[in-house]
Design a protein around this ligand. Structure first.
Ligand SMILES: Nc1ncnc2c1ncn2[C@@H]1O[C@H](COP(=O)(O)OP(=O)(O)OP(=O)(O)O)[C@@H](O)[C@H]1O
Ligand SMILES: [Mg+2]
Length: 461
């Protein structure tokens, strides 16, 4: 769980500490170099000002005056003539001579030169200033400064740097820890939430903290949990309905089979019961077929092979096929369809759709009523209307009639024997055809289903 934050933390540490180290060393170098440059130029300036005095009076008095001035200071002076012979120095001993480099080149600029600037390894930094009279060099002023003082100076600077570095490191470390925590906390929460979801707990709580991608992810996760919850509930309802639907006919079958097996039963009775058993078995097999149909649609293994269908022929075929049932109930089925009207769809599926709707119209209409199919063909769309003067559907049931296993009459109407799957199959099939289905109904007046499909496949010119 902490892996991501550790990785992020280490990455931040490497990057930020690297940057800090680079900046600190750059700053340190610049400060040290600037310091040394300052020291060297002030040494040079001091030498030059001694030189200026000596240029005016290059006599014993001036030389000892200069030496006296230097013996009080932290710097030292050595005055030589043009041959390099020492005329005077502010040193107590002769050690300085080792570092006295007599200029090989005669040309030394008036403003002087740096003879030694290696403060790290040598005991002195040294500058030279030429003494000129009438454009002739008559001697040199050497200025010495012990590098010990520079070392102490740099040492103090280093101490400051170490302190500042430690404080910077500590602060960065704290900031990195807080930052990685803040960054990974919502992720960790979401990880826990997905774990909960996978365990089947869909009531995850993810506060929407930010408006960025992480916040959006949290919202999507919540939606996912809600959808999964809905699906789970729907699946449970569906399974409950299926088991109920399967159990009821089976109870009948078992009950009537038990009765038929009794010895003292009359032949006539027995036949009646066996007929019920056959009826129930038939109902079971239709139910299973319907469920299979729905499962195929759900799994998308269901293929729609569209072609141009002549609607008139399809309707007439259906009318002939269903006429015995309609005749039995003395319901008049009329078809009102232009002979040429055609439609883009799968013929078998289209037949299934209209068959189901006509079956309903017949089942839920009283004897001697009328059922009508009206086709209106337009250029782009073809409308099929199935109208009956039957029982109608109460307004409060209308939104649900396309749900699986939904029946207006909740009691199992033995005579009609519907399972409530017909309309949900119809709806799925219509949607698979990219068509639409609507229903209008008035209780005890009648019901109208309005279907709309594309007239032609592809673009219509
Ligand atoms: N034309 C209609 N007139 C009145 N009620 C209807 C009509 N069509 C459907 N219904 C109501 O809608 C319910 C659902 O219809 P659906 O076709 O889905 O199921 P079913 O006819 O009961 O069973 P199945 O079609 O699976 O055998 C029906 O039970 C019925 O109450
Ligand atoms: Mg039906």
């Amino acid at each position: 769980m902490r892996k991501l934050s550790i990785k992020l933390g280490i990455l931040f540490c490497i990057i930020i500490f690297g940057l800090e180290a680079f900046m600190f060393s750059y700053l340190h170098n610049s400060i040290v170099n600037a310091r040394i440059d300052d020291e060297l130029s002030s040494l040079q300036a001091r030498g030059n000002s001694h030189r200026d005095i000596l240029e005016k009076h290059f006599v014993e008095d001036s030389i000892s005056h200069v030496i006296l001035m230097e013996s009080e200071a932290l710097t030292d002076v050595v005055i030589v003539n043009q041959k390099g012979e020492v005329l005077g120095s502010s040193f107590d001993n002769e050690n300085f001579k080792k570092y006295l480099i007599y200029p090989q080149k005669t040309e030394i600029k008036k403003k002087g030169e740096i003879v030694e600037d290696d403060w790290k390894n040598k005991p002195y930094i040294i500058t030279i200033s030429p003494i000129l009279q009438k454009k002739e060099i008559i001697g040199y002023v050497y200025m010495y400064q012990e590098t010990d003082s520079i070392h102490t100076l740099i040492g103090r600077l280093n101490e400051h740097f170490v302190l500042a570095g430690i404080i910077a490191l500590l602060l960065t470390f704290i900031v990195i820890i807080l930052l990685t925590k803040a960054l990974t906390k919502p992720l960790v929460k979401m990880k826990e939430a997905t774990y909960q979801i996978s365990k089947g707990n869909f009531l995850v709580d993810l506060p929407k903290t930010s408006n960025d991608e992480l916040g959006e992810l949290a919202v999507s996760l919540k939606e996912l949990a809600r959808d999964l919850n809905f699906l789970k509930k729907e699946r449970n309802d569906f399974l409950a309905s299926i088991s109920h639907e399967l159990r009821t006919p089976l109870t009948y079958i078992k009950g009537y089979a038990d009765i038929s097996l009794r010895k003292n039963i009359e032949e006539e009775e027995k036949e009646k019961y066996l007929r019920i058993i056959v009826e129930e078995a038939n109902r079971l097999s239709t139910l299973i077929e319907d469920l299979f149909e729905l499962a195929k649609i759900d799994k998308n293994t269901f293929l729609i092979q569209k072609q141009q269908i002549n609607l008139y022929e399809l309707l007439v075929k259906l009318q002939i096929k269903m006429s015995p049932a309609f005749k039995e109930k003395e319901i008049d089925l009329t078809i009102n369809c232009p002979r040429t009207s055609s439609l883009h769809g799968d013929p078998a599926r289209m037949e299934q759709i209209i068959f189901n709707l006509l079956d309903n119209a017949m089942k839920y209409s009283p004897k001697n009523s009328k059922v009508e199919v009206i086709v209106t063909a337009r250029k782009k769309e073809t409308e099929i209307i199935i109208h009956d003067n039957g029982n109608g559907i109460p307004e409060e049931d209308l939104p649900y009639i396309f749900n699986r296993f939904y029946r207006v009459d909740k009691s199992r109407t033995r005579s009609l024997g519907g399972t409530g799957l017909g309309l949900s199959i119809v709806q799925e099939l219509v949607q698979a055809h990219e068509g639409t289905i609507r229903v209008e109904s008035k209780l005890n007046i009648g019901t109208t289903f309005i279907l709309s499909f594309k007239t032609y496949g592809g673009e219509v010119n």
